[in-house]
Ligand binder design. Structure first.
Ligand code: HAM
Length: 417
């Protein structure tokens, strides 16, 4: 019996990497240009970190974490998202002294969800977190940055930016009570799952996908109508800035997000091109989290994008070949092959990108492999070339050939010329 990957987990094969490299490269460029620097946090943390930051009653913590005891008996979890770790790192490294602090990250996250297209158990996010900026300018700029990245990748058609405000400690508690009363009066019509979470997390009922629950949610009081003055100003300020930048958006009063740390602005970028798993980027403010986790009170905002979803969108657009080699060295005969190994090393040291044929055999077989590797030029070293201390350089695009002395190869083919 052969061993396969774990359900919901997949390989990213070399053919797909062109798209992933394009994603990573554009994201690095754009995040850096906006002033973010990269951070790499561990793939696993103490379970308590996620329970406290993401929320003990969130689906992620209740049902989706990969939690295990290590040999010392500590409860650890694979990270289901990146924000909790970044906040931990911010506090642990005393970074409130370096505000504003802006970081980006890329890497795998783990959630035990029901796998389907665009939803995996190991998936990748790239995200940004910005600490210290309180006003809506940071929110608007972050959304503009996400849309710029999507535009650079040419996947900005069929996208919608949705925003909402979730209020703060002052206005959310009374709203929650009102919402609870409204939903309790209609609990018979809610789905089983929502009836269960009515006590613990009534806000989550607002974005249940069940048709019956949605009909009730549409009638329910909306957070955006219950905001305190500070939150209402922040939300209208954000909309004015988005209008000023000409960024189209819709206000979605039913968007509540699945993580408990959000305050004020929440947002999602959705697409109509991916079916049910339609969020390609999502985030929001978490002005209370740093203090809740034991740090000084620092406002913060961030987002993450699902890389598999972006890759699915990009795949349709790009027909690239992966890892195209420039030069491909073919040697025929034992003496030529031994010499080829030495020459290849010499030329590479001089800056020539060069793949050597690994399998040998006839010239014809090697040329076929060079073609499959999408080499642009093939360097042929057979008995005649060996005698002449030269290589025959064949241009695979136009078929042209020329004999090049060994000592000229670096100067003519070196990428670092
Ligand atoms: P999230 O909405 O849970 O937010 O995830 C962000 C994005 O990650 C989603 O919009 C989606 O594109 C992708 N994603 C999530 N789960 C999966 C999955 N199972 N398979 C594939 N893609 C997935 C967060 O994680 C927050 N930490 C975002 C944030 C950062 N908020 C503030 N700062």
């Amino acid at each position: 019996m052969t061993i396969t990957t774990v359900r919901g987990v997949r390989d990213i094969l070399p053919e797909e990497m062109v798209v992933w490299h394009a994603l990573e490269q554009s994201a690095r460029q754009i995040f850096t240009a906006y002033g973010y620097r990269e951070i790499r946090t561990p793939l696993f943390e103490k379970t308590e970190l996620f329970a406290r930051a993401v929320g003990a009653t969130s689906d992620i913590v209740e049902k989706e974490m990969y939690t295990f005891s290590d040999r010392g008996g500590d409860s650890l979890s694979l990270r289901p998202e990146g924000t909790a770790s970044v906040v931990r790192s911010f506090i642990e490294n005393n970074l409130h002294r370096s505000l504003p602090w802006a970081v980006y990250y890329m890497g795998p996250m783990f959630r035990y969800e029901r796998p389907q297209k665009g939803r995996y158990r190991q998936f990748h996010q790239m995200g940004c977190e910005l600490f210290g900026a309180e006003g809506p300018l940071a929110d608007a700029e972050m959304m503009a940055m996400i849309l710029r990245l999507l535009r650079t990748l040419q996947i900005d058609d069929s996208l919608t930016l949705e925003i909402n405000s979730l209020g703060c400690g002052t206005c959310r508690a009374p709203y929650r009570e009102g919402l609870f009363a409204f939903l309790q009066a209609r609990q018979e019509q809610l789905c089983d799952n929502c009836r269960q979470r009515l006590q613990r997390n009534p806000l989550r009922i607002l974005d249940c996908k069940n048709e019956g629950c949605r009909a009730i949610a549409r009638q329910a009081p909306a957070m955006k109508d219950a905001l305190c003055v500070g939150c209402a100003d922040h939300f209208s300020g954000l909309q004015a800035l988005l209008d000023g930048m000409g960024l189209p958006y819709t206000v979605n009063p039913l968007m509540v997000r699945g993580l408990d740390y959000y305050t004020r602005t929440a947002f999602e970028v959705t697409t109509t091109a991916l079916g049910a798993q339609n969020a390609v980027a999502a985030g929001g403010r978490y002005d209370g989290l740093v203090a809740e986790m034991g740090g000084q009170a620092v406002p913060a905002i961030g987002f993450a994008m699902g890389m598999e979803r972006l890759a699915l969108l990009l795949e349709g657009k790009r027909a690239g070949k992966s890892g195209q080699v420039g030069n491909y060295l073919v040697a025929v005969g034992d003496a030529a092959t031994r010499q080829a190994l030495l020459l290849a090393e010499e030329w590479r040291a001089a800056g020539v990108p060069l793949q050597m044929d690994w399998l040998g055999g006839s010239l014809k077989a090697q040329l076929r492999r060079a073609d499959r590797a999408a080499a642009s030029q093939v360097l042929i070293l057979a008995e005649r070339e060996l005698a002449e201390r030269a290589v025959l350089v064949k241009d695979m695009r136009d078929g042209g050939q020329r004999l090049l002395p060994w000592e000229e190869v670096a100067a003519v083919l070196g990428a670092l010329r």
